[in-house]
Design a protein around this ligand. Sequence first.
Ligand code: 173
Length: 325
Amino acid sequence: MRYLRFTALALLAFGCSLPMPAQSEEVTLKIVSAFAENSQYVKRLEGFIAKFNADNKGVAQINFIGGPKAIPSFETGNAVRSGVVDMAMTAGAFYTNIMPEADALKLAQIPVAEQRKNGAFDYINKLWNEKANMVYLARTVEGTPFHVYLNKKIDRPDLTGLKLRTTPVYRDFFLALGAQVVQTAPGELYTALERGVVDGYGWPITGIFDLSWQEKTKYRVDPGFYNAEVSIVVNLAAWNKLSSAQRNALSKWALWIESQNHDFWSKEVELETRRQAEAGIQVIKLEGTQGKQFVDKAYEAGWAGVIKQSPEHGPKLRQLLSQRQ
Ligand code: 173
């Protein structure tokens, strides 16, 4: 027994005296997605990973673990914060449990390329580092508005009497318009629509076909509002362990995917709008003043919600993310 213990200790000591792996050794980073594996968001992520991996053999590789079946959408923030995974492609709405400020990114009125120049990106990173143990690496979705999708008709910006599926993205706005709300992960929405538990939902202009919601959707309300946000975040400790070559590789490809956002998403918006019409989804168009009031109310309710939850950082985020006057 004594001998065994001695051997074990000797082995441990020997193990510890092995040289530490050199910083330049290839690292594999595990990434999960808050969105379904067949979604457009994930297809684009996989394209990004393929390019990154081909460019970084011997330096760093990204390994896609899976979508919400691996880590539920609303748990992605916790998984990155705690280091269960190294990275996630997720939306701020899914980790307001960690930091309420995460949901403010949907309110950005300037592209991420500009956020990198006006100090917003640095401010975000400081906050994300401190409050979520995360590096905010790249915004992969921008320039696609959210919409209200309904199965009951409305003729003015009023959702009184309707029960809508929500996430933190839409909650304050839907409540301001008189709706009742129920929160679900995207993966639970089809069933909620099928069972008539909800009369509609919020979602961006793109992506409703990924989980077949078009089968259970009669109307889309125009105009859209906000700026759907999906980003790649990295566990801070995992980031700090990387060599500068590995960090540079991630930053280089972060800039690359962001540089593709405008062209990629403007095309998708066009395609998906047409596809919705072809699927028979009718547009309820709030015209003129009504349309303007609808969008103004969205931003008003959205910022009021963020500032209420974060009086310390909300106003600064508003200043940095809003259109320059
Ligand atoms: O689930 C959602 O409706 C949501 O919050 C969201 C956020 C960003 C992109 C798509 C959906």
